[in-house]
Write a protein that binds this ligand. Sequence first.
Ligand SMILES: Nc1ncnc2c1ncn2[C@@H]1O[C@H](COP(=O)(O)OP(=O)(O)OP(=O)(O)O)[C@@H](O)[C@H]1O
Ligand SMILES: Cc1ncc(CO)c(N)n1
Length: 270
Amino acid sequence: MKKVLSIAGSDCSGGAGIQADLKTFSAHGVFGMSVITSVVAENTFRVIETQDVKPDIIEKQIEAVFEDLPPEAVKIGMLACREGMLAVAKKLKEWQPSNIVIDPVMYAKNGAALMDPDSIDTLIADVIPLADMVTPNIPEAEKMAGFEIRNEEDIKKAAEIIHEMGCQSVLMKGGHSENTNEATDILFDGTDFYYFSSPRIQTKNTHGTGCTYSSAIAANLANGLPVQKAVEQAKAYITTAITHSLDIGKGNGPTHHFYDVYKNGLQEAL
Ligand SMILES: Nc1ncnc2c1ncn2[C@@H]1O[C@H](COP(=O)(O)OP(=O)(O)OP(=O)(O)O)[C@@H](O)[C@H]1O
Ligand SMILES: Cc1ncc(CO)c(N)n1
């Protein structure tokens, strides 16, 4: 069985962060492991408080995983501050894993900050160059590229700017473009643009969509799929997970994961 590591924050309410990542890994039949960077007291409608894990313990968790169970892919989510980013970058440079997928998490769905805005320069200089794929949503891409994204041309321009930061590919997520009937993501590999579209699902229950999507991509890469196929299958997975998202909690409910959906298609699972 392939092993996949998530380096991310903990969402005690189970819909996003490490918890979403591990559920996604299980649904893809890979062995999931976690390095926690921050403990977030949050739920479907608010973030109460965040406590960052000390950089030294982040480094030791990474050491513990890699000296014993080297993963075939690594997904990186919430990195709250500069010190945590530098700890992760240092250890990944040391162990040089393949298939690093970085979801540059900056805000929770309700707008609460999950990353110190002053650490964006460190994210760009020290973390992004390690990535095989970076998966920003539109607001994150705007912060990274430094301009407002208004249309498809802007999305492509931002993808090129982010690619220049040293990552192998950029997947621009279109979940936030709410005025279209489709949810379209655009992958840029330094040469070409590839489009991945699904019908837009009318639901408020999208807590953890970005976490789930990047984890599905990492799991697919670990399972040996080439980059475009890994995204295509992850897109199908996130669309099903949103279609069957759970209407629980007072805010944005979580996506749904179960193995049979991935394995056999929904009809057979039900
Ligand atoms: N309402 C929707 N219907 C269909 N697909 C969606 C919808 N919302 C988001 N998606 C898709 O879900 C995936 C995750 O994108 P999204 O832009 O929501 O990530 P995100 O903002 O990083 O999520 P998070 O809230 O976890 O930070 C993308 O493939 C996007 O196109
Ligand atoms: C821990 C954590 N990571 C990422 C997100 C973004 O969805 C969140 N809400 N919480």
